[in-house]
Design a protein around this ligand. Sequence first.
Ligand code: ADP
Ligand code: MG
Length: 212
Amino acid sequence: MSGKAVMECINAAYAALKEHTDEIALLDQQIGDGDHIFNLLRGMEALLAVRADIEAETLAAALQLAASKVLSTVGGSSGPLFFSLLSGMSKASVNNPMDIAGFARIYSAGVEAVRQRGKTGVGSKTMMDVLIPVAARFTELAATGSPTIRQTVLDTLPRVAEENMLATRDMLATKGRASFLGERSRGHIDPGARSSQIMIAAVCAHLARNQQ
Ligand code: ADP
Ligand code: MG
């Protein structure tokens, strides 16, 4: 996987987020301040603006460049968190093979970096409720070493992301802005869980269409 492949994934995620702009804006209006999707789109557009630079890099350097762009353009809580995800993945991509098991470790290292930055795990009604279960299932599937593992991973992870995104609806928010609402945070899907799930689904669908 190269900088070019990274850029294709970013593009797929961007297109999917664009389609869901109004929905995610509404979710963040309900339990946050409404800026989440606009923070993300601004970051993605900054990445598209340096598309050629990202495409020219190796996987590790492309992810690190994307991370630093995201940090300087995405505001809110999610800027530093997505920086940690990309930067954590970049660091892990140096020592891991470019196979399914390697990608499971790279993704999981990114999620672990987010967990350390945001100081929260599952159950706080955040993007972690999607990112962590996806990392866990990815690791579990990768360990099976089945010959059809790539397809299994690309079919399964979007389902895991969706189930866990939906589960945030009934949770009480204990982290981030939504936690200020206390019990009133229940009954709304977390916007960060929804945007993460949309990006995971879009990237998996893109990779399923393209063998690389
Ligand atoms: P802000 O809350 O500062 O306006 P955003 O709107 O960009 O930031 O992002 C809100 C999302 O960030 C939430 O929906 C939640 O998923 C996620 N989030 C907030 N705090 C944390 C945290 N400590 N760890 C992980 N994710 C978090
Ligand atoms: Mg917000």
